[in-house]
Write a protein that binds this ligand. Structure first.
Ligand SMILES: *[C@@H]1O[C@H](CO)[C@@H](O)[C@H](O)[C@H]1NC(C)=O
Ligand SMILES: *[C@@H]1O[C@H](CO)[C@@H](O)[C@H](O)[C@H]1NC(C)=O
Ligand SMILES: *[C@@H]1O[C@H](CO)[C@@H](O)[C@H](O)[C@H]1NC(C)=O
Ligand SMILES: *[C@@H]1O[C@H](CO)[C@@H](O)[C@H](O)[C@H]1NC(C)=O
Ligand SMILES: *[C@@H]1O[C@H](CO)[C@@H](O)[C@H](O)[C@H]1NC(C)=O
Ligand SMILES: *[C@@H]1O[C@H](CO)[C@@H](O)[C@H](O)[C@H]1NC(C)=O
Ligand SMILES: *[C@@H]1O[C@H](CO)[C@@H](O)[C@H](O)[C@H]1NC(C)=O
Ligand SMILES: *[C@@H]1O[C@H](CO)[C@@H](O)[C@H](O)[C@H]1NC(C)=O
Ligand SMILES: *[C@@H]1O[C@H](CO)[C@@H](O)[C@H](O)[C@H]1NC(C)=O
Ligand SMILES: *[C@@H]1O[C@H](CO)[C@@H](O)[C@H](O)[C@H]1NC(C)=O
Ligand SMILES: *[C@@H]1O[C@H](CO)[C@@H](O)[C@H](O)[C@H]1NC(C)=O
Ligand SMILES: CC(=O)N[C@H]1CO[C@H](CO)[C@@H](O)[C@@H]1O
Length: 685
C-alpha cells in the first residue's frame, strides 16, 4: 500500500513548493470559485495579466460571470474586483497573489488599509456531502497600515451571467431574508432541464449570501444603480427591483449585491464571509441502452434541500473549512516537495480544476427517498481532451489525483460506465469511450470506435488501481464477465494494434503504436491480479503468462536497433517519443516491464533535455505536440530522480512562465511555444 501511494506521489504530487507571493502570478488563469462543472469561475491572466480590479471573472470556458467587489475606506470608494467604471472610485493597488491547492488569495491596498480577498473552494474528497455542495467561499479581511483605525465598508455582487450562457434570456429573482442570513437567488424565468449554452447550465439557481446582522444591507437591480448606492454615502436600501423579469439579462445587466459595514477597523478579528453557489436538482440524467433515464441528485441533497439549509450549514462551517483546507494544502505541498520543488506549484494550480470536473450523485428509490448506497460520479469533458462524459482516457489521466485524495471516488466514476455496458444490448467487444458527449446527460451508446485497446486497457488498469487502494472488490466481482471480455480483447489485439489510436487527444496517427500496445499488455497483467482476487485462478494464470510472453515480444519489437531508446511504432526504427504507459506498471506494482527497459528510456529522455524548452513531444514525428499529464506520467516512470525533477520542471515552465493562453491550463500544448492546439483545449491534467 505504501509503495502504491509513493508511486502516486510521483505523478500527483509533483507540481510546487514555494508559494507564489507576487503582485501578479504568471499563470494562464487563477481559480476563484471552482467547485463543480458549472460553478467554475476563474480570473483569466495570461502573459500580461491585468489586476483583479480591471477584469471580469470568467466561466472556465471564457464567458463573463459578473462578480464585482468594492470597499469604502473612511468613505472613499475603491473597486477591488471587476471591471466597471461605475461607480467612480479610487484606484486600489494589487499587492500580492498567492495560490494554494484550495485557495487563491489576493491582497490589495486601498488607501490606508490592506484588504485581503480569499477565494476558497474546499476539497473534502472523503466527505461527499461537503465535496458535492456546489458552494465556494469569498472572504474579506482588512488591516490598517498606519496603526490607526479606519472605517471600512465592503460590498460585493454577482450578475445573472452565472445562470445562463445566453444573456438575451430573462432571469427572475427570489430572496430569503431572515434574521440569520441574507440569501439572494436568481434563476432563469424558464429554466431548461439538462441543457447547456456556452458551457453554462440553463437549469441552475445562483445564490449569493452573507450572515445577516447590524450593518448588513442588500440590493437587487440595475448594476450601475445598485453599485452607486453601495459605494456612496447613501448605501444599499434593501431594495429588490421589481422590473427584473421585464427584460433580458443584458438589457440592462442586473446585479444581486450585499454590503456590510465593518465599522472602525485596525485589524478585522474575523473575516467577512460570502457564500457563492449554483444549485441544480436533479443534477444528472443517466440513460442506459434500455432507454431508461434515471434522474440523479447531487449527494448533498440527502442532507440539505432548501437554500437556507445549505447556506446556513456552509457559512457556519467556514472556520472548520478554512482550517481543514489549510491542513490539506500543507499536506499536499509537503508531499509534493518530497518529489520535486516545482511539483507543489502545479498542484496548487490544478487541484481545484481536477476536483471541480466531477459531480457526485445518488439515485432515488421508487418512494422518492434517496438510495444512499447507489453513489455514482460523473465527469464533464471540459475542453475536447477526451470523448464525452466520464471520458475513459481523461479518467485515466486524472485517476492518480482521486487515488491520492480518496480512492473510492475512482470507483464512483467507474460505476456508471460498468453498469451501462454490463447488458446484452452493449455488444462491442471493447470498452466504450465514455457516456456520450452531452453532459449533464450521461448516455451509453453501443457504437464502434478505434480506441478499443486504449479504453479497455484503461478500464482494467483503473479497476485494479481502485481495488488495490480500497480493498473493495464489489466492482470487479459484480462485473467480472464484462471486464474479462475486455481483457480477452486486449489479448487478441495488443501485439498488433494496427491503426488503433491511443488517447483521444494524443494526435498520433502512426500505426502499431508501442505505447498503446504496452497499455494493452499491462491491462492483461492487471487482469491476472483481478482474476486472482475474485478467485478465478485459472484465468489468473492464463493472463499472467500471456502478459509475460507479450512483454518479451513487445521489447523485441520496441527497442531500437541501436539500443538507445524505445520506439513509438513497431518496426519504425526512426521513431521516438514518450512511452508514458510505463507508469501503469509502476502504479500497479506489476513488475511486468524489466528494469532495463526503464533505464533505457530514462537515458533517452536525458538526451532530450538539452533541446527541450517546455516538454518532450509525445512522438518526435509531431514535434509541436505534447501533453502535461503524459509528461508527468513519464516523469513518474523514470529511474533517475534528477531527470524526474527536470521533466516536472519543464511542465512547470509551461504552466508558469510561458502563459500564452489566458484560460485554465490545458494538458495539450506545443513543447516549444506553450501554445495549446485550437487554443482552448483544457481538461483535468
Ligand atoms: C468554449 O466552448 C465552446 C463550445 O461550447 C468552444 O467552441 C470554445 O472553443 C470554448 N472556449 C474555450 C476558451 O474553452
Ligand atoms: C499588507 O499587504 C502586504 C502584501 O501582502 C504585506 O506585506 C503587509 O504586511 C500587509 N500589511 C498589513 C498591515 O497587513
Ligand atoms: C448614491 O447613488 C444613487 C444611485 O445613483 C443616487 O440615487 C444617490 O443620490 C446617491 N447618493 C449620494 C449621497 O450621492
Ligand atoms: C422595466 O424594464 C423595461 C424593459 O427594459 C423598461 O422599458 C421599463 O422602463 C422598466 N420599468 C422600470 C420601472 O424601470
Ligand atoms: C449528512 O447526513 C448524514 C446522515 O444524517 C450525517 O451522517 C452527515 O454527518 C451529514 N453531513 C453533513 C456534512 O452534515
Ligand atoms: C440502491 O442501490 C443499490 C446499488 O445500486 C441497489 O443494489 C439497491 O437495490 C438499491 N435499493 C433500492 C431500494 O432500490
Ligand atoms: C451494437 O452495435 C453494433 C455495431 O457496432 C451492432 O452490430 C449491434 O447489433 C448493436 N447491438 C445492439 C443490441 O443493438
Ligand atoms: C439532455 O436531454 C434532454 C432531454 O431529456 C434534452 O432536452 C437536453 O437538450 C439534453 N442536453 C444536452 C446537453 O444535450
Ligand atoms: C503491426 O505489427 C505487427 C507485429 O509486428 C505486424 O504483424 C503488422 O504487420 C504490423 N502492422 C502494420 C500495419 O504495420
Ligand atoms: C527476442 O528476440 C531474440 C533475438 O531474435 C529471440 O531470441 C527471442 O526469443 C525473442 N524473444 C521473444 C519473447 O520473442
Ligand atoms: C482542441 O480544441 C479545438 C477546438 O476548441 C479542436 O478543434 C481541436 O480538435 C482540439 N484538439 C484536440 C486534440 O482535441
Ligand atoms: C472617486 C473618488 O472618491 N475619488 C477620491 C479619491 O481620493 C481623493 C483623496 O484621497 C478624493 O479627493 C477623491 O474624491
Amino acid at each position: 500500500m505504501v509503495n502504491i501511494i509513493n508511486a502516486l506521489f510521483l505523478v500527483v504530487l509533483a507540481l510546487v513548493a514555494q508559494w507564489h507571493v507576487h503582485a501578479q502570478v504568471l499563470v494562464p488563469a487563477w481559480p476563484l470559485a471552482v467547485k463543480n462543472p458549472y460553478l467554475n469561475t476563474w480570473y483569466f491572466g495570461g502573459s500580461k495579466p491585468a489586476t483583479l480590479n480591471n477584469v471580469w471573472p470568467n466561466l472556465w470556458n471564457g464567458s463573463i460571470t459578473g462578480w464585482f467587489s468594492g470597499v469604502q475606506v473612511d468613505g472613499v470608494p475603491y473597486r477591488i474586483m471587476g471591471d466597471d467604471s461605475v461607480p467612480p472610485s479610487n484606484a486600489s493597488t494589487q499587492l500580492s497573489v498567492q495560490i494554494t491547492p484550495t485557495q487563491t488569495i489576493v491582497s490589495v491596498q486601498t488607501g490606508p488599509v490592506n484588504i485581503t480577498m480569499n477565494f476558497l473552494s474546499p476539497i473534502t474528497a472523503t466527505d461527499l456531502t461537503r465535496q458535492s455542495l456546489p458552494f465556494s467561499y469569498f472572504s474579506v479581511t482588512a488591516a490598517s497600515l498606519d496603526g490607526s483605525p479606519h472605517t471600512v465598508k465592503v460590498y460585493s455582487d454577482i450578475s445573472a451571467e452565472w445562470i445562463s450562457g445566453d444573456d438575451t434570456l430573462i432571469a427572475k429573482s427570489t430572496q430569503d431574508i431572515e434574521s440569520d442570513f441574507v440569501i439572494l437567488e436568481t434563476s432563469l424565468q424558464t429554466p431548461q432541464s439538462f441543457t447547456e449554452v456556452n458551457q453554462h447550465t440553463q437549469d441552475g439557481t445562483s445564490i449569493y449570501a452573507l450572515k445577516n446582522g447590524a450593518g448588513v444591507q442588500y440590493g437587487v437591480g440595475v448594476d450601475d444603480v445598485v453599485r452607486n448606492f453601495a459605494m456612496n454615502s447613501t448605501g444599499l436600501q434593501d431594495n429588490i427591483d421589481q422590473n427584473i423579469s421585464a427584460h433580458a439579462i443584458n438589457t440592462p445587466f442586473d446585479v444581486w449585491g450585499i454590503s456590510a459595514d465593518l465599522g472602525s477597523v485596525t485589524t478585522t478579528s474575523s473575516p467577512l464571509v460570502y457564500a457563492i453557489g449554483l444549485i441544480r436538482d436533479p443534477a444528472i440524467q443517466f440513460t442506459t441502452l434500455s432507454g431508461n433515464a434515471q434522474l440523479r441528485s447531487s449527494y448533498y441533497r440527502m442532507n440539505f434541500t432548501t437554500p437556507h439549509d445549505m447556506v446556513s450549514f456552509f457559512l457556519n462551517d467556514f472556520n472548520n473549512a478554512m482550517s481543514a483546507s489549510k491542513q490539506l494544502d500543507s499536506q499536499i505541498l509537503n508531499d509534493a516537495t518530497k518529489v520535486s520543488s516545482s511539483y507543489g506549484d502545479l498542484l496548487s494550480l490544478v487541484a481545484r480544476q481536477a476536483m471541480s470536473a466531477i459531480e457526485i450523485t445518488v439515485s432515488k428509490n421508487a418512494d422518492g427517498s434517496f438510495n444512499s448506497s447507489d453513489v455514482m460520479a460523473f465527469m464533464k469533458d471540459m475542453g475536447n481532451v477526451g470523448a464525452g462524459v466520464n471520458a475513459v482516457d481523461v479518467l485515466y489521466a486524472a485517476f492518480p489525483m482521486y487515488l491520492y485524495l480518496n480512492p473510492a471516488l475512482g470507483g464512483y466514476l467507474l460505476q456508471p460506465l460498468l453498469v451501462a455496458q454490463d447488458t446484452t444490448s452493449y455488444t462491442q467487444p471493447y470498452a466504450a469511450q465514455g457516456l456520450d458527449a452531452n453532459y449533464p446527460n450521461a448516455t451509453i451508446e453501443n457504437v464502434s470506435h478505434n480506441f478499443g485497446i486504449e479504453q479497455s486497457g484503461n478500464m482494467i488498469i483503473m479497476l485494479l488501481a481502485h481495488l488495490q487502494a480500497t480493498g473493495d472488490g464489489s466492482l470487479v466481482n459484480q462485473h467480472y464477465t464484462l471486464i474479462k471480455g475486455w481483457a480477452d480483447y486486449v489479448v487478441q489485439n495488443s501485439l498488433n494494434p494496427g491503426p488503433q489510436q491511443a488517447s483521444h487527444s494524443d494526435a498520433i496517427s502512426a500505426v502499431n503504436q508501442t505505447n498503446l500496445a504496452l497499455k494493452g499488455i499491462i491491462g492483461i497483467g492487471a487482469m491476472a491480479k483481478i482474476s486472482r482476487f475474485v478467485g478465478m485462478n485459472s484465468d489468473a494464470s492464463s493472463y499472467a503468462s500471456t502478459a509475460q510472453s507479450y512483454i518479451g515480444q513487445w521489447q523485441n519489437l520496441t527497442i531500437s536497433q541501436d539500443k538507445t531508446r524505445l520506439l513509438t511504432s513497431f518496426g519504425s526504427d526512426s521513431s521516438a517519443g514518450l512511452i508514458y504507459n510505463l507508469y501503469a506498471d509502476k502504479l500497479l506494482q506489476l513488475g511486468l516491464v524489466p528494469s532495463s527497459v526503464y533505464d533505457l528510456q530514462t537515458s533517452y529522455y536525458i538526451t532530450q533535455l538539452a533541446s527541450s524548452k517546455l516538454g518532450i513531444p509525445l512522438d518526435t514525428k509531431n514535434p509541436t505536440y505534447t501533453r502535461a499529464d503524459w509528461m508527468m506520467f513519464a516523469a513518474a516512470a523514470v529511474t533517475d530522480s534528477s531527470l524526474q525533477s527536470s521533466l516536472i520542471a519543464l511542465v512547470h515552465s509551461y504552466a508558469f512562465t510561458a502563459p500564452t493562453m489566458n484560460t485554465p491550463i490545458s494538458p495539450l500544448y506545443d513543447p516549444t511555444t506553450g501554445n495549446s492546439p485550437g487554443g482552448a483545449n483544457r481538461s483535468v491534467p
